[in-house]
Design a binder for this molecule. Structure first.
Ligand code: C2E
Ligand code: MG
Ligand code: MG
Length: 421
């Protein structure tokens, strides 16, 4: 479609270039280019416009690079460019590449006109320079890919050269990924529960929080593995296991304790929610375990919804038909447009803990919380504050009209058998 070369050609050209670079003592470079937010264009304007857009991107790439350079489209919105015949001196070669990349970024910054739309795109670029015969093509592309991730981390529309620390990080990620597969098979993922209270310290519910009981590292926090699980897609299976474990637990509580846990909130990640089989999986887990779906709240984030607004709303409606409810987690940290809130089939807003933790010394955070709560009340939504650590935060929240709390002030997340000790 774009008239660009494919992966196979890339490998052939790379092999040739590795040999040539080492013979003529010149550097070559592989650029890994990823279009930020391309998916959004595709989802909101349709695949036809997405395709037209990619064709125009390819055209601009061809204008920037020389005929002797190889431009390859390796995935939906990913391109790899092989630059040859750069300087022998590494600094000079780096400078040459930098100049080209600035040209490239400037060219892509110009708006794209496709039928009646004017589109803007950002991109992230990773670069791997080489002149060494011992490198293999796959390794070079992997390095450029790792550098591209670094560029993404720095922010949009940026580029980054590969350096060896990035390799260490990429290896660590890879290792963790392998261990996660094993963890899933060996049931190393456990669910902890953090209770939620009202101001009279009555239990209103709890949130399920995953922990990884790693055989050597001990308890690993979700912050250290959920982002990687999300990147690799493994979160779909991990998340399903969490939902199943939580439902089994809830069913057991329903049978065996007189403790009343009105609901359990489960965190759902973007990839997991956009999985085509998500609703089917939830339905069958509920059926298998016999839990009352009214007692399950799914915690989703603003960015999950914005990833694909129409589809998200549609799925949320279907899940609500089953009886499940929704809470927006980390509320206030995303790029929400307030106008969409009233359209969403949600029940609760969960005020992000960053606002709560600053309550004692930041009047502006108090104002934000006050506004969120007032807005929620107008929209008929419940509000819960997370990360409540001190009595004074609690008092400030109560004064804003918040009546539901979660945080270390009350209790930490605990395994199910320690919850009521
Ligand atoms: P979250 O959903 O916003 O969960 C709240 C986090 O705040 C939890 O961290 C909890 O331990 C912590 N927390 C609770 N009270 C306090 C407090 O008073 N002070 C402070 N400083 N922290 C408090 P945790 O368990 O490390 O989880 C981190 C994040 O990982 C969660 O943020 C959630 O986004 C994600 N996560 C956890 N379990 C799952 C899961 O099963 N699936 C998915 N997709 N994500 C999960
Ligand atoms: Mg949460
Ligand atoms: Mg949160």
């Amino acid at each position: 479609m774009t008239g660009l070369a494919n992966r196979n050609l890339l490998e052939i050209q790379l092999r040739r270039q590795i040999l040539k670079s080492s013979q003529n003592n010149r550097h070559s470079a592989v650029l890994f280019l990823d279009l930020d937010d391309f998916k959004r264009i595709n989802d909101s304007l349709g695949h036809k416009t997405g395709d037209q857009f990619l064709i125009q991107v390819a055209k601009r790439l061809k204008q920037i690079f020389r005929d002797e350079d190889t431009i390859v489209r390796i995935g939906g919105d990913e391109f790899v460019i092989l630059l040859s015949n750069l300087a022998s001196d590494k600094d000079d070669a780096t400078e040459q590449v930098t100049v080209v990349i600035h040209k490239l970024l400037a060219s892509l910054r110009e708006p794209f006109r496709i039928s009646q739309h004017e589109l803007h795109i950002f991109c992230s670029i990773g670069i791997s320079l080489f002149s060494d015969i011992h490198k293999d093509p796959e390794q070079i592309v992997k390095e450029a890919d790792a550098a591209m991730y670094e560029a993404k981390r720095k922010g949009k529309n940026d580029f980054s050269f590969f350096y060896s620390e990035l390799q260490a990080e990429a290896n660590k990620r890879l290792q963790l990924e392998k261990e996660m597969y094993l963890a899933l098979a060996e049931n190393q993922f456990k669910v902890f529960y953090q209770l939620q209270f009202n101001q009279q310290h009555k239990i209103l519910g709890c949130e399920a929080l995953i922990r990884w009981q790693h055989p050597e590292k001990g308890l690993v926090s979700p912050a250290d593995f959920i982002p990687i699980a999300e990147q690799t897609g493994l979160i779909i299976d991990i998340g399903e296991q969490v939902i199943r474990n939580v439902c089994l637990q809830l069913a057991q509580w329903q049978r065996t304790t007189d403790r009343d846990i009105p609901h359990i909130a489960i965190n759902i990640s973007t990839k997991q929610f956009s999985d085509d089989a998500f609703i089917e999986k939830v339905t069958s887990i509920i059926k298998d375990t016999g839990v009352d779906p009214n007692r399950i709240i799914l915690e989703i984030t603003e960015s999950l919804i914005f990833n694909n607004v129409e589809q998200s709303i549609d799925k949320m409606h279907q899940l609500r038909q089953l009886g499940l409810r929704f809470s927006i987690d980390d509320f206030g940290t995303g790029y929400s447009s307030l106008s969409y809130l009233s359209r969403l089939p949600i029940d609760q807003l969960k005020v992000d803990r960053s606002f709560v933790s600053n309550l004692d010394n930041s009047p502006s955070d108090l104002a934000i919380i006050d506004t969120i709560i007032a807005m929620a009340i107008h929209l008929g939504l419940d509000v819960i504050a997370e990360g409540v650590e001190t009595e004074s935060q609690l008092r400030a929240l109560i004064s804003c009209g918040c009546h539901c709390f979660q945080g270390f002030y009350f209790c930490k997340p605990l395994p199910h058998d320690q919850l009521f000790c």
